[in-house]
Design a protein around this ligand. Structure first.
Ligand code: ATP
Ligand code: MG
Length: 575
């Protein structure tokens, strides 16, 4: 899947963004020591989603664009929500997206010893102190941006006393919340994050990776710049909410510089730099891991990989391809402006890709029977059709047909409206690849519902073409009733009924769950469908794109609908 990350690295109009310019300037000025190093730093507290995919494309894409490397780092400093399951799934999903971190896999938790030592150094140099204010008091003392905060009464404790307290914090002598370590910066700063932020707190939870060695853990704002600096990262890209944290990031890097801890590469001291870009927001979706987790835990979806979830594993199970996701990320581009992206754009991208790779088959989702009265009873003939008209190398297959067929109920009207050109009494239509058929009579049940459509076929219309060249307006798909394979088809729709489910403070986002987001039907499909294998992409002609679900048994494929064929974005397509 190298093609995926190549496309993220390629410089197209949309990819010529401010981050690329920023890195290019640093490379030119020789500030990278000859190697651009970026990182993707997920917290293993959930499965990654399409928003993370955007960050991944930026981080791995920029490294590739400048011939550098991108590190994958578990940003695992909060033991209470993290797990090995999440850490593993993240690696699996990023690999599937086509990104390769080589040997550069790191865990923030592997640096806990160094972080602890750095914290002690800060205490010794008078840059940090142990504070005993409760969290409530601490917030009150910190104040509001427009007025200076109040210094903690513990601010001017001596380094010796602080060192003793900090070591006792580590030794487990205090309860959670009883003490914390704070950086001593500026209680009057208009930037609230600069007002003596907490850098270590007590959490009495074992860590999924570091075990039970620690009962104190570094805060993200302290850990992140240390991780970047010690790994020799040159460019640290994240989402806009971290912009106000940047002065603190730089403050920590300054302290590391004073301690002589910055990596030197080819004689150049590497000072990691942080820049921010707008996060991806998608309509009809929630993206916060906390909310996705809630959906899973409350059983609103079948799991993190439910095909309705915006998670990477959910999209994969739904039938989205890495190429489609990368294409989507490129189209939305990178900017500093918050915006909402229409889910329809993602759907457009997957149709565009699946059109090239999906195997064509015929399947009928809502069947009604057609009987060809002048077709010999018991005889089977074969129509020939390309497996993928976009890809001649995919070959063709023979599709059996006989006297009785299934067609979509919606392809028939007893009283056709204007512009309805499909099957109707007295009208000739093409049965795709097979023959021309004219409906002559109907069989209805006691409620007046059509149960059988009878008619005749033109014996000269081999392959569905009229021998005299007369024009046939409607072409519909069909499946031979005698050969049909029943298959389970899961029809997915948007998970929420409103564009911004978490944008209403009066209502919980779960109130907007779409009750019709999953409908399961039994479809009749042509025999070749029985051979479908898990993960394969299909187009059921005229119906939509489908992917074979991992729940399938051999010979009994289950199909997830990836997207319908309707393409409302085609007018906007620039490709
Ligand atoms: P969430 O809010 O969903 O829990 P997070 O930001 O806490 O996400 P992390 O695992 O910390 O999740 O994110 C790893 C990286 O992915 C961060 O650098 C973050 O900026 C980026 N990221 C997270 N969500 C998005 C998004 N919607 N769009 C773009 N980048 C994102
Ligand atoms: Mg985060």
């Amino acid at each position: 899947m190298g093609e995926v990350i190549d496309s993220a690295a390629r410089e197209s109009d949309t990819a010529r963004h401010f981050l690329r310019q920023w890195i290019a300037e640093d490379v030119e000025a020789g500030r990278t020591g000859g190697l651009v190093v970026t990182r993707f730093p997920p917290e293993p507290n959930g499965y990654i989603h399409i928003g993370h995919a955007k960050a991944i494309m930026v981080d791995f894409g920029m490294a590739k664009a400048f011939g550098g490397v991108c590190h994958l780092r578990m940003d695992d400093t909060n033991p209470s929500k993290e797990s090995d399951e999440f850490a593993r799934s993240i690696q699996n999903d990023i690999r599937w997206l086509g990104c390769d971190w080589g040997d550069h896999f790191y865990c923030g938790s592997d640096m806990f010893d160094q972080m602890y030592e750095i914290a002690e150094n800060l205490i010794k140099s008078g840059h940090a102190y142990v504070c005993s204010l409760s969290q409530e008091e601490w917030k009150k003392y910190r104040g509001i941006p427009t007025e200076p905060g109040t210094p903690s009464p513990y601010r001017d404790t001596s380094p010796e006393e602080n060192l003793d307290l900090f070591r006792r914090m580590r030794a487990g002598e205090f309860a959670e919340g009883e003490r914390c370590l704070r950086a001593k910066i500026d209680m009057a700063s208009p930037n609230i994050h600069f007002r003596d932020p907490v850098i270590y707190r007590i959490v009495r939870t074992p860590h999924y990776h570091a075990g039970d060695k620690w009962c104190i853990y570094p805060m993200y704002d302290f850990a992140h710049p240390i991780e970047d600096a010690l790994e020799g990262v040159t460019h640290s890209m994240c989402t806009l909410e971290f912009e106000v944290h940047r002065p603190l990031y730089d403050w920590v890097v300054d302290r590391l510089d004073e301690m002589g801890l910055l990596v030197v590469r080819n004689g150049v001291k590497i000072r990691p730099q942080q820049r921010e870009f707008a996060r991806l927001n998608l309509t009809y979706t929630v993206m916060s891991k906390r909310k996705l987790r809630q959906l899973v835990e409350e059983g609103k979806v079948s799991g993190w990989d439910d095909p309705r979830m915006p998670t990477v594993c959910g999209l994969r199970r739904r039938g989205y391809t890495p190429v489609a996701i990368a294409d989507f990320c490129e189209r939305i581009g990178v900017s500093k402006y918050e915006s909402e992206t229409d889910l329809a754009l993602l759907e457009y991208c997957v149709r565009d890709d699946l059109n090239k790779r999906a195997t064509r088959r015929m399947a009928v989702l809502d069947p009604v029977k057609v009987v060809i009265d002048n077709f010999p009873v018991g005889e089977t003939r074969y129509a020939e059709a390309a497996n993928n008209p976009e890809d001649p190398s995919a070959g063709s297959r023979k599709i059996p047909f006989g006297r009785e067929l299934w067609i979509e109920r919606d392809d028939f009207r007893e009283e056709p409206e204007k512009k309805f050109f499909r099957m109707a009494p007295g009208r000739e239509v093409r049965l795709r690849g097979a023959c021309l058929f004219t409906c002559t009579s109907l069989v209805k049940d006691s409620e007046g519902k059509v149960v059988e459509i009878h008619g005749t076929y033109d014996e000269q219309s081999q392959g569905g073409n009229a021998s005299d060249g007369r024009k046939i307006k409607g072409t519909i798909h069909w499946v031979s009733a005698a050969h049909a394979v029943p298959v389970e088809v899961r029809l997915y729709d948007r998970l929420f009924t409103v564009p911004a489910p978490d944008g209403d403070p009066e209502h919980d986002f779960t109130e907007f769950l779409n009750p019709d987001s999953l409908k399961t039907v039994t479809a009749y499909a042509e025999p070749a469908v029985a051979e479908a294998a898990v993960g394969e992409y299909y187009q059921f002609e005229r119906v939509g794109y489908f992917c074979v679900d991992p729940d399938s048994a051999p010979g009994k494929p289950i199909f997830n609908r990836t997207a319908t064929l309707k393409d409302t974005w085609s007018k906007l397509s620039s490709k």
